[in-house]
Design a protein around this ligand. Structure first.
Ligand code: CP
Ligand code: NVA
Length: 332
C-alpha cells in the first residue's frame, strides 16, 4: 500500500482498504508512542499549518504528530498570514510548496483546500472545511474499532445538523467501511441528496446502509454508536442559534436516547461540546435562551467521557498516520 504524494482532502477520494491502512498505521504509531519508541523518520522535513478557523485538537495533533515524526512546523493563525486577503490561494500554494514538504489547511469552503492542492507540489491535508472533516473520521473509526472490536456491521446514529462537515464525513466514512449510518434530524438538516446517493452506492458495495429519519426512537434503536456535534458550527452567524435550538433540542443526546441503543454502545463527539455552563458561549446561551446543556446532556457526556477522550487522543495518532503515509512509504 502506498499513499505517498497523495492529498488528503475528503474520504471520498480513498478506498476502504486505503482508509483501513491509515487506521492500521495510526495504531502502529500509537503503540510505538505508548512504548516510548521514537518514530522520527521524517527528520529534515517541515510542514505548514494554516488555520483560518480556531482549533484545539487539530492544531495540537498536527504539531505533536509532526514533531514526533521529526518534522518542523509553522503555524499560521486565522489572522497571521496574507492568505486570501493579499495573496491568492494559488500563489500561496506555490510559495509554500517551495518551502515546505506538506500543507495543512483548516478553513471555510472545500474549494479553498482543493485549490491549494491543485496548485501545490506537496501533499495538502484537510484539517476541516465547512463540508468535510476527514481526519476526524479516522480518529472516530479508530476509537470505534478499539472500543467495539470491529467496524463492519456496526450502526452509527448521528444526531443533529447532519448536512455539515461532521454529518457528511461520517456518512462517507461509514458507507465506505460497511457501517450502517443513520442521520437522526429534522428533514432540513439531512445531508444533500447528491451525497446520499453517492454514499448509498458505496454502502451497497461495503455491506453498510444509509437511513435518514426524523424519528429519534427509530434512529437510535439498537445503535452501537451515538454521535453528535455542536448545533452551530464555526463560521456560522450568531443569528442561527435561535432556530437551531428550536429545531435540534428534540435531537439532544439524553440518557433516554442512550437507553434505546444496543448493549455496550458508546457515545462519541468530535468536540468541543456544550454539555454544561463551563464555556463563554454556553453561559451566553443560558442567559438568552434558558438552556443549560445543548447537543448532549452533562449526564451522558460524563458517563461516556472515556470513549470521547480516547477519540480526542486518537486525533493525534491518526493525523500522524495521514502525514506519514503521504510523505513516505512505511513497512508495518
Ligand atoms: N474536533 C476538532 O476538530 O477539534 P478542534 O476544533 O479543537 O480542532
Ligand atoms: N461542525 C463543527 C465541527 C468542529 C470540530 C464545526 O465546524 O465547527
Amino acid at each position: 500500500m502506498t499513499l505517498k504524494g497523495r492529498d488528503f482532502l475528503t474520504l471520498k477520494d480513498f478506498s476502504d482498504s486505503e482508509i483501513l491502512y491509515l487506521l492500521d498505521l495510526a495504531a502502529y504509531f500509537k503503540k510505538k508512542k505508548k512504548n516510548g519508541e521514537l518514530t522520527d523518520e521524517l527528520r529534515g522535513k517541515n510542514v505548514a499549518l494554516i488555520f483560518e478557523k480556531t482549533s484545539t485538537r487539530t492544531r495540537c495533533s498536527f504539531e505533536t504528530a509532526a514533531h514526533d515524526l521529526g518534522m518542523g512546523t509553522t503555524y499560521l493563525d486565522p489572522s497571521g498570514s496574507q492568505i486570501g486577503k493579499k495573496e491568492s490561494i494559488a500563489d500561496t500554494a506555490k510559495v509554500l510548496s517551495r518551502i515546505y514538504d506538506g500543507i495543512e489547511y483548516r478553513g471555510f469552503g472545500q474549494e479553498i483546500v482543493e485549490s491549494l492542492a491543485e496548485n501545490a507540489d506537496v501533499p495538502v491535508w484537510n484539517g476541516l472545511t465547512n463540508e468535510y472533516h476527514p481526519t476526524q473520521i479516522l480518529a472516530d473509526m479508530l476509537t470505534v474499532r478499539e472500543h467495539l472490536g470491529s467496524l463492519k456491521g456496526k450502526t452509527l446514529a448521528y444526531m443533529g445538523d447532519a448536512r455539515y462537515n461532521m454529518g457528511n464525513s461520517l456518512m462517507i466514512g461509514c458507507s465506505k467501511l460497511g457501517l450502517h449510518f443513520r442521520a437522526v434530524a429534522p428533514e432540513k438538516y439531512f445531508p444533500s441528496k447528491e451525497l446520499v446517493s453517492q454514499c448509498e452506492k458505496w454502502a451497497a458495495e461495503s455491506g453498510g446502509s444509509i437511513l435518514l429519519t426524523s424519528d429519534v426512537n427509530e434512529g437510535t434503536k439498537d445503535a452501537d454508536i451515538v454521535y453528535t456535534d455542536v448545533w452551530v458550527s464555526m463560521g456560522e452567524p450568531d443569528e442561527v442559534w435561535e432556530e437551531r435550538i428550536r429545531d435540534l433540542t428534540p435531537y439532544r443526546v439524553t440518557m433516554d436516547v442512550m437507553n434505546n441503543t444496543a448493549k455496550g454502545s458508546i457515545f462519541l463527539h468530535c468536540l468541543p461540546a456544550f454539555h454544561d455552563l463551563g464555556t463563554v458561549i454556553g453561559k451566553e446561551i443560558e442567559r438568552k435562551y434558558g438552556i443549560r446543556e445543548m447537543e448532549v446532556t452533562d449526564e451522558v457526556f460524563k458517563k461516556y467521557e472515556n470513549s470521547v477522550f480516547d477519540e480526542a487522543e486518537n486525533r493525534m495518532h491518526t493525523i500522524k498516520a495521514v502525514m506519514a503515509a503521504t510523505l513516505r512509504d512505511w513497512d508495518i
